[in-house]
Design a protein around this ligand. Structure first.
Ligand SMILES: [Zn+2]
Length: 311
C-alpha cells in the first residue's frame, strides 16, 4: 500500500518538475518548429516530393512528409503526430498516380484540414500501365495488405521527365497559395528545372551505349525510368509478393540467358528471393532507393548503378 502511495507522490512530483522544466525551456527555445508561423506549411505524401517542394519553396516553406523515411507509400497508416502538423498545412501535394496511401487516406486527410489546397503532382503525366513483363495475372491474392500493381503504375516520380512536370505543378500550387512570393517560387522552379534537364541529358548519354538493356528488381518501381531510357524492367515480385518457386526458376533462367548479374532491391522492399536469385546467377544484390529525398543525387546514383549492372 505504502509503495503505491509513494509511487503516486513520486509521479506527482515528477509531473510538476516536468511542467516547470517545460515552462522554463519553452521561451528559451526561441523560434521553434511550432512558431515558424510565417512559413507556409506544405504536406506531401513521399520524401522525393519534399525535396521538390523545398527546392522551389526554399526558406518560405516547411514540409510535412506523410510517409516517413523507411515506410512504403503502398499502405495507409494513421499517424497522430503528423495529423497535428497537417492541420496547419496550406497545401497538400499529392503524388496523384494512384499511390495506395492516397487512395486510402486522402479523403480522411482532407477532412482534417478543409482549407488546404490539394495539388495533383501527376497532372499532365502520361501514366503507364504496370509493366506486365513476367507478371502472372492468373493468380489473385485477395488480402489488402499489399498492392497488386494492376492498372496504372503509381511510381511516376521515378522519372526525371515526370519530375519536371511534378515540379511545375508544385510551383503553380505554391503561387496559388502564396501569390506574394510568386517571383521567388518561379525563379527557384526555373533553376531546378534546369538541373533536372541537365540530369536527364546526362543519364540519357550514360545509358545510351549500354548493350544489355534488361535489369532485374525485386519491387518494380522503375517502370517510368525504364521507359524514359529504353530499358526493360524485370520484376521479382509476383503480384506484390515473393514469387513462387516456378517463377523464381524462370527469372534465374532469364537472368542467365541475358547475362544479368545484379538483382536490385529497395530499402523498403527486399524479399529473400532476391538473395536466392542473386546467388543462383552468381551475382549480387544492389540496393537502389525509390524514396530518397535528394532526387538529383539519388537518380544519378541509380543511373550509375544501373549502367554498371548492365554492362
Ligand atoms: Zn512501389
Amino acid at each position: 500500500m505504502n509503495k503505491a502511495i509513494d509511487r503516486r507522490i513520486l509521479l506527482a512530483v515528477a509531473g510538476a518538475v516536468a511542467l516547470i522544466v517545460l515552462a522554463v525551456a519553452l521561451p528559451l527555445a526561441g523560434p521553434s518548429e511550432e512558431s515558424n508561423s510565417d512559413r507556409l506549411v506544405v504536406a506531401v505524401t513521399i520524401l522525393p516530393q519534399a525535396g521538390f517542394v523545398e527546392a522551389i519553396g526554399g526558406d518560405k516553406v516547411d514540409v510535412v512528409v506523410m510517409v516517413p523515411p523507411g515506410y512504403s507509400a503502398h499502405f495507409y497508416e494513421d499517424r497522430p503526430d503528423l495529423m497535428v502538423k497537417l492541420s496547419r498545412a496550406s497545401m497538400y501535394a499529392m503524388v496523384g498516380s494512384g499511390v495506395e496511401f492516397e487512395l486510402a487516406g486522402m479523403g480522411k486527410l482532407r477532412t482534417m484540414n478543409k482549407a488546404m489546397l490539394p495539388v495533383d503532382c501527376s497532372e499532365g503525366v502520361q501514366l503507364l500501365d504496370m509493366d506486365e513483363h513476367n507478371h502472372d495475372d492468373d493468380e489473385h491474392h485477395d488480402d489488402d495488405d499489399h498492392h497488386h500493381h494492376t492498372g496504372p503504375d503509381p511510381h511516376v516520380w521515378l522519372s526525371v521527365r515526370n519530375a519536371m512536370i511534378m515540379v511545375r505543378n508544385i510551383c503553380a500550387g505554391l503561387v496559388q497559395v502564396d501569390p506574394a512570393n510568386k517571383a521567388y517560387y518561379e525563379a527557384n522552379c526555373a533553376a531546378y528545372l534546369q538541373q533536372l534537364q541537365e540530369l536527364d541529358d546526362e543519364i540519357s548519354v550514360a545509358l545510351a551505349g549500354v548493350q544489355n538493356r534488361r535489369f532485374i528488381v525485386f519491387h518494380p518501381a522503375w517502370g517510368y525510368f525504364a521507359h524514359d531510357y529504353d530499358l526493360i524492367q524485370i520484376a521479382v515480385e509476383q503480384g506484390g509478393k515473393e514469387p513462387d518457386p516456378q517463377y523464381q526458376m524462370r527469372l534465374i533462367d532469364e537472368a542467365r540467358e541475358h547475362d544479368i548479374r545484379v538483382v536490385f532491391v529497395s530499402p523498403q522492399f527486399a524479399g529473400k528471393s532476391a538473395e536466392v536469385i542473386a546467388r543462383a546467377i552468381d551475382g549480387e544484390v544492389v540496393v537502389i532507393n525509390p524514396l530518397a529525398k535528394d532526387f538529383l543525387d539519388n537518380m544519378r546514383t541509380v543511373a550509375s548503378a544501373m549502367k554498371q549492372a548492365m554492362q
